[in-house]
Design a binder for this molecule. Structure first.
Ligand code: BF8
Length: 633
């Protein structure tokens, strides 16, 4: 592969270096496999193929010729809506099942049945317990945690038919959701109902199908994801700002390198603890290493950065490249965003690929099943496998990029409010004065169809230049971390107003708020600002963006962000263009329903313009007429 071709694939220089190695060693990556898929199926791209029953598969002619209907009579509107709703269901299920796993571990911990876990944030436990109506007086924290976990478990089924955290939204939004019929009743119920409604012969009204899709997404954002975030904070601690390093340069030539990859912190927290075990460090030295180096990929990385300051090797498209460095003794994976290709790539090196979840086994990988009851012991066994593998590393095949980049993570809602002096008021004042024009949430994945990290970074840079505070989660945060935007010094790249505020607070102009389930933290900030201003979330000068999205989880996130009243721009085109009606509902009609819409814009410069214009319009509607702070001449 020519160097120029590699530069076209990614702006991450450490990824470029390893892509060159991959080409030399004839190891394929997601970019090569995308090429071998091209041209991709036009029906699939437009969302107009259906295989929901065995009368099909059916597809609709995109040019209005026959066939205009599937065998059952479903037209392009119904097929596109059903397919999109099923994407939401899968995404909401992934986030929410992760949330359920956290609740289960909290419950077991409260019962004294786990080894290695504890209730770390007692203050938060009590705050959330009060929200759920748990009586605190004179009770042990374990007792409170047990009852709280049980109440949260009820929200997955239909015991309550309401979700506690949905109460956090302003009253206007609550009324809207109830009036429109999308108040989330339970986490699992809404997901199951999508599968029911999209079965052959059930929902045949595209708008009705999509409205329920929004409802299910709300059960993710204000339900499963928010539970995952808040209950993880109770177990592992609420994040506070921390410095660390990012990109493939965090790997160490003289140490055992362990990568933790996936999403759920219950396993990776134990692996981190086990890496610090003196017995394991001693073993590493016996094997000729100078110690054990642990780094993360994807949202596991974000979870560990937020709470423990663990360095990050990369985001979604870096997972294969990390293996190709030849320097990884073990890659330990839990679930979500794990490319099945990891197995064959790991087999080209000495790397042990270790699966830990019964939900995400992989052919060719070693399986060491994670059990909360023996969590620390299993964490240690995993680390031992890695350490003992160090002597199998072939130094001739190792290529570790240099110069990891500094970043700062840990901006939980609580940490942001603390940085502001205890209330959101200073942030609101800065918005009113026009120093901060508004807030944009950049979230979501990488997608090899888009130059890796380019859209995230280009968009974030233009937004901060225009005094828009950027908050981020997921692979977007990692992309901007690699580009040096997550440090306080990056305030120099911001407009005058944002620069002044960020410097005064000593914070970066782009705030890392965590993993993808932590998009719920962004919802909480938006709700808090709207309540303080006594307006709906849809009135705020805020916007969302998923510049390089690819996963069904991102579809669910985009949907709950829009359903919460926040305009959201997508950088990759979703498979909906096969239906003019669905496209127009998503990009225009939803404004009349939930006060926000989606937009699609693959060019990040234009994406920034859409967001800037939207924020300025919202400011005007709120009567915030102050112009931006001019740069000194
Ligand atoms: O949940 S941003 S590629 S890692 S789906 Fe996956 Fe997308 Fe990355 Fe985290 Ni989120």
């Amino acid at each position: 592969m020519m160097k120029e071709e590699i530069f076209e694939k990614t702006i991450d220089t450490t990824a470029q270096q390893i892509l060159e190695k991959a080409a030399e060693e004839h190891i394929d990556t997601a970019w090569d496999r995308l090429e071998s898929q091209e041209p991709q199926c036009g029906y699939g791209l437009l969302g107009i193929c259906c295989r929901n029953c065995a009368m099909g598969p059916c597809r609709i002619d995109p040019f209005g010729n026959e066939p205009t209907r599937g065998v059952c009579g479903a037209d392009s509107d119904i097929i596109v809506a059903r397919n999109l709703a099923r994407m939401i269901a899968a995404g909401a299920a992934a986030h929410s099942d992760h949330g359920r796993d956290i609740v289960e571990v909290l419950h077991l911990t409260a019962e004294g049945k786990t080894l290695g876990y504890q209730i770390t944030d007692e203050e938060k436990l009590k705050r959330i317990a009060q929200e759920y109506g748990v009586v605190l007086d004179g009770r042990a924290k374990e007792d409170i945690a047990k009852e709280l976990a049980e109440k949260a478990m009820d929200e997955f089924g239909m015991m309550k038919n309401t979700i506690q955290f949905a109460e956090r939204v302003p009253d206007k939004r609550k009324d809207l959701w109830k009036n429109v019929g999308i108040w989330p009743r339970s986490i699992d119920r809404e997901i199951v109902e999508i599968m029911h409604r999209t079965h052959i012969g059930v929902g045949a009204d595209y708008a009705n199908i999509l409205l329920h899709g929004l409802r299910a997404s709300l059960s993710d954002g204000w339900g499963g994801s928010m539970v995952a975030t808040e209950f993880s904070d109770i177990l592992f601690g609420t994040p506070e700002p921390k410095e660390s390093l990012v990109n493939l340069g965090v790997l160490k030539e003289d140490m055992v390198n362990i990568i933790v990859h996936g999403h759920n912190p219950v396993l990776s927290e134990m692996v981190v603890d086990a890496c610090r075990d003196s017995e394991m460090i001693e073993l590493a030295k016996q094997k000729g290493a100078n110690g054990i180096n642990i780094a993360g990929i994807c949202c596991t990385a974000n979870e560990l950065l937020m709470r423990k300051g663990i360095p990050i090797a990369g985001n979604f498209l870096v997972q294969e490249l990390a293996l190709i460095t030849g320097a990884i003794e073990a890659m330990v994976i839990d679930y979500q965003c794990l490319m099945p290709a990891l197995s064959s790539t790991a087999s080209c090196y000495h790397t042990k690929l270790i699966t830990t979840s019964p939900k995400a086994k992989m052919q060719g990988a070693m399986h060491m099943e994670f059990e909360p009851e023996r969590a620390y012991e299993i964490g240690k066994n995993i680390v031992k496998e890695a350490v003992e593998n160090f002597e199998n590393r072939n130094p001739d095949r190792v290529n570790i990029p240099k110069n990891p980049v500094k970043l700062m993570g840990g901006f939980s809602t609580e940490a942001i409010i603390k940085a502001l002096g205890g209330t959101v008021e200073p942030l609101i004042d800065a918005i009113k004065e026009g120093k901060i024009r508004g807030i944009a949430a950049l979230v979501g994945c990488n997608n090899p169809k888009i130059k890796h990290d380019y859209n995230h970074v280009t968009l974030a840079k233009k937004l901060i230049e225009n005094d828009i505070l950027v908050v981020e989660t997921g692979c977007s945060a990692i992309a901007c971390g690699k580009a040096g935007l997550l440090v306080p010094e990056a305030a120099d790249q911001a407009g005058e107003g944002l620069k002044e505020i960020a410097k005064a607070l000593g914070i970066p102009p782009v705030l890392h708020m965590g993993s993808c389930v932590d998009c719920s933290r962004i919802l909480n900030v938006a709700a808090a600002i709207a309540k303080a201003l006594n307006v709906d979330i849809s009135d705020l000068p805020v916007a969302g963006a998923a510049p390089e999205w690819m996963s069904e989880k991102a579809v669910s996130i985009g949907s709950y962000v829009v359903a919460s009243g926040i305009y959201t721009v997508l950088g990759a085109i979703p498979p909906v263009l096969g239906s003019k009606n669905v496209t127009s509902l998503l990009t225009q009609g939803l404004n009349d329903v939930v006060g926000a819409t989606f937009a699609v814009e693959p060019d990040p410069e234009k994406e920034a313009d859409l967001i800037i214009n939207h924020i300025e319009e919202k400011r005007k509607a709120l009567g915030l007429t102050q112009p931006p702070i001019a740069a000194p001449i």
